[in-house]
Design a protein. Sequence first.
Length: 270
Amino acid sequence: RNNYEDLRACLISLSSQEIGPRYRLRLVVIDNGSSDGSSHRIQQEFPGYEYIFNEKNLGFARAVNQGIARFPDSDHFLLVNNDATLASDCLEKLLAAKADLAGPTIYYKNQPGKIWQSGGYFHKYKMGISIPLKNRTLENNQTRTAGFLSGCVLLVSRHALGIIDGFDDRFFFYGEDLDLCLRARAAGLKISYVAEASAWHNIEEVAKSRTNPFVLENLAFSFILVGRKHFPALAAYILFLFIFVYTPFRFYQIIKGGQNPKNILSWLRG
């Protein structure tokens, strides 16, 4: 949405994927209400792709579900944020993992050797995700089972979608990938972090990237929705965490990131 340069780089990297004759790659660009004409400009440069133009921003989950519905005969779906790029062998390595959900090592675009996302784990009693390799460099790491994979770059099988039924579109922004992974894990599906597959995300450190009003409101909303959906018996405990642990922590991040302290109101509104 409204991001021509990143989207163009993303599509170039997807066009260069080396997956061999066994697979056929079909690409669909889903525009969530761009107002700057960026996606129509992309359409002129990449006329061979398919396009869905939404009149307004429908959110990540709902838009991805639109794309999945476009290809009812596909065996796999590679979900990619418009501000991500992939190594030419990324998709090949994800497919080779033969998992229901597979995700690569995702690095910061502006710090190419520094890890933003790798295979993570969800901890119920802190209602949060831990990424063991976050902000580190990759050293002698291998494919392994994970509890969480980022939706920024994520390969999902048709088999998995037949069991867990895609994304929950009540999640607008953030949390939809966690919800998907929690449902996949509960269903006994294979979730693999593929260390040797590489991608890069154009994102800043947390204190800057997650402290604007839009992000904070959606982070809070998704935090509560995940708790209510998956852990209803812990409702009081989750509310305690939200008020006395995560609200002070978000306020600290706002100050650290040089944002307006009033942004905490968006977190509370969410």
